[in-house]
Design a protein around this ligand. Structure first.
Ligand SMILES: Cc1cc2nc3c(=O)[nH]c(=O)nc-3n(C[C@H](O)[C@H](O)[C@H](O)COP(=O)(O)O)c2cc1C
Length: 189
């Protein structure tokens, strides 16, 4: 069975991003896949300093924080889901740090993300989610990954804790995303 890794970039572990990810992962688990959530949001993380250390020390970032624990999980997963709330029409800084640093580590480590599935999951109060989804998809596309869609963009109109549960279309979009990840995993076997 396949391994799915969801990275929660929201600093609110029980927030809307977490709930959306749980919907997607629930659908994936229902067909026997294993699914893990890695909590990244709210944990101090450093940005890329363009030191080139990942070209010398393959598979590792020279900066010391939890990112070196996360990268092997990403490299081992069949599908990687990035969950990020919309912050001023953009990603959270934790997700941006993961994108920059694991993007470079992966490129000098034999492009281990190639042909993995990638999906974005984004809550938003009102505007900016499409930009966040685009930013996450840019990471998947340059890393040779395969991106499934859903019946709407992978977002939910949600501000306060529990708002996602009231957004029926958002929940339906997440269920279909989970079904499409399962479908694609079968096709890519
Ligand atoms: C710093 C910050 C910036 C935000 N910027 C936006 C924004 O640009 N557009 C928007 O519609 N909502 C914005 N929001 C609202 C969040 O995207 C929304 O509350 C989301 O559901 C939070 O997800 P979470 O519960 O997983 O933390 C912002 C919230 C915060 C804390």
């Amino acid at each position: 069975m396949a391994k799915i890794l969801a990275i929660n970039g929201s600093p609110r572990p029980g927030g809307n991003t977490a709930a959306m990810l749980e919907t997607v992962l629930g659908v994936c688990r229902s067909t026997g896949h294993s699914a893990e959530v890695y909590q990244a949001g709210g944990r101090p993380v450093l940005g890329c300093v363009s030191c080139g250390g990942c070209r010398q020390n393959i598979g590792k970032c020279s900066r010391e924080d939890w990112l070196n624990e996360l990268y092997p999980k990403m490299a081992a997963a069949d599908a990687i889901i990035f969950g990020s709330p919309t912050y001023f029409s953009d990603l959270t800084p934790e997700i941006k740090a993961i994108i920059d640093r694991t993007g470079f580590i992966n490129m000098s480590d034999g492009r281990r993300f190639s042909r993995k599935i990638g999906a974005a999951v984004v809550p938003v109060r009102r505007a900016g989610a499409i930009h966040v989804i685009d930013s996450i998809n840019h990471f998947f596309f340059i890393n040779d990954m395969v991106v499934p869609g859903s019946t709407y963009w992978n977002m939910s109109l949600a501000r306060d804790l529990g708002d996602y549960e009231k957004d029926e279309e958002g929940a339906r979009t997440m269920v279909r995303l989970g079904e499409n990840i399962n479908w694609l995993l079968e096709k890519l076997k």
